[in-house]
Design a protein around this ligand. Structure first.
Ligand code: SF4
Ligand code: SF4
Ligand code: SF4
Length: 271
């Protein structure tokens, strides 16, 4: 299974990855904001138009202040809660690794947003027919034997792509070779059953904005339990809408029949 390893200690904050993601996925630019306290300009958060974001923080590392950069994007969970929550299978875990979504199936119900432990999926608020969007791990490129666009664009190899087991071993090796240079944890290796996007850092992951206390076990069973009534609700909603439509049509038919039987007096009758 394919995966990505993102090493925050190698990131220089150039945001080539952000731009490559927009270029490859044909995503429009959006209004950026100036973060005066930190002195940079960036979209505020992930959005339907921004599937990956480099976050900037000036933090104390080994007794001196350093810029530390984190990359936000979908984690491509091994057992994705988003796909379990989706009542119409618009999100799908592929055997190659990426969790892809099928916009033609999406109802816009947003259950995937509620289920995702990393708060990744975004809603197309700007669209008259809104759907969910998120990073696809460039599944089209991966299927063609290419690496994701963001990994290809990174000039420092802060993002590498490969087999998940190889990358997990490489991450452990980097910590082993340089124990003072890393937090001793590969984020994503075990969280929520393991993910296909793993991170290394030299500051606690909470300081990069990552949830620090996620369980190791998959959340799929919890989500399945919570979602059990949903198909019945959807079926019930369908029946209710069908019944309303039948009643409305029946009333229109009856009104038309009544009008045919008793024609209304016209205003242009002879005087
Ligand atoms: S990070 Fe969220 S959106 Fe991405 S695969 Fe996991 S549950 Fe789904
Ligand atoms: S893997 Fe592809 S879709 Fe995901 S952040 Fe990188 S470039 Fe964007
Ligand atoms: S391209 Fe690489 S070095 Fe530049 S911001 Fe992205 S991850 Fe960091």
């Amino acid at each position: 299974m394919k995966a990505m390893l993102i090493d925050a200690t190698r990131c220089v904050g150039c945001r080539s990855c952000q731009i490559a993601c927009k270029e490859w996925n044909n995503l429009p630019g959006e209004q950026t904001e100036f973060f005066a306290a930190k002195g940079y300009q960036n979209p505020r958060d992930l959005s339907a138009k921004t599937w990956t974001l480099i976050t900037y923080n000036e933090l104390k590392v080994n007794n001196r202040f350093e810029w530390v950069f984190g990359k936000r994007q979908c984690f491509h969970c091994q057992e994705p809660a988003c796909a379990t929550a989706c009542p119409v299978r618009a999100l799908e875990k592929t055997s190659a690794g990426p969790v892809v979504y099928h916009p033609n199936l999406c109802l816009g119900c947003r259950y995937c947003q509620l289920a995702c432990p990393f708060k990744i999926p975004r809603f197309e608020w700007h669209s008259p027919v809104p759907k969910i969007t998120k990073c696809t791990m460039c599944a089209d490129r991966v299927a063609a034997g290419l690496e994701p666009a963001c990994a290809k664009a990174c000039p420092t190899d802060a993002i590498i792509f490969g087999e998940r087991e190889t990358l997990a071993a490489e991450a452990e090796n980097r910590i082993h070779r340089n124990p003072r240079g890393y937090v001793h944890h590969v984020y994503g290796k075990d969280e929520v059953g393991g993910t296909c996007v793993m991170h290394l850092s030299n500051v606690p992951f909470a300081e990069l904005g990552f949830s620090p206390n996620l369980p190791r076990r998959s959340l799929v069973q919890h989500v399945q339990h919570a979602m059990q009534p949903i198909p019945f609700l959807i079926a019930g909603l369908g029946i209710a809408l069908g019944a309303i439509s039948w009643i409305v049509n029946r009333r229109i038919e009856l009104q038309e029949k009544e009008q045919q039987q008793c024609p209304q007096p016209t205003h242009d009758s002879p005087q």
